[in-house]
Design a protein around this ligand. Structure first.
Ligand code: FE
Length: 132
């Protein structure tokens, strides 16, 4: 993790759900978040540090109830690491800049990558592209 995260500041700035997802690796309930069904053009940023992580062009409907992307905006913007919690072998996706938990990475995504970045809406802010 780069940059020091001030817990009190985060608790003021984030909703309880945003806090528990990004700082405690909780998962929002599917089909409840702000962005799983968002089809607007724009950029998805880390809700904690503001870094652009995903673009709408690589978002697709995975029918999982979470925003799903088959690629990242820039490979350097996210870190993946093994997550063996809850008796499952999964790959966690984390913001490279601030360490916020974003979601998990699966290998059942569409072409061209075959990847599915399964991301919590609560970890993201959305910037609608001007003029669209
Ligand atoms: Fe971040």
């Amino acid at each position: 993790m780069t940059g020091k995260v001030d817990v009190d500041d985060l608790k003021k700035r984030l909703t309880p759900l945003q806090y528990s997802v990004t700082q405690e690796a909780a998962t929002e309930r599917p089909f409840t978040g702000a962005y799983w069904d968002n089809h607007e053009s724009g950029s998805y940023r880390c809700v904690v540090c503001g870094e652009t992580l995903f673009e709408s062009q690589v978002k697709y409907d995975s029918r999982s109830g979470w925003p799903s992307f088959y690629d990242v905006a820039d490979k350097s913007k996210v870190i993946t690491r093994a997550d063996n919690a809850l008796g499952m072998r999964r790959t966690e996706v984390v913001c490279a800049k601030c360490g916020a938990h974003l979601g998990h990475l699966f290998d059942d995504g569409p072409n061209p990558t075959g990847l599915r970045y399964c991301i919590n809406s609560a970890s993201l802010d959305f910037d609608k592209r001007p003029g669209e």
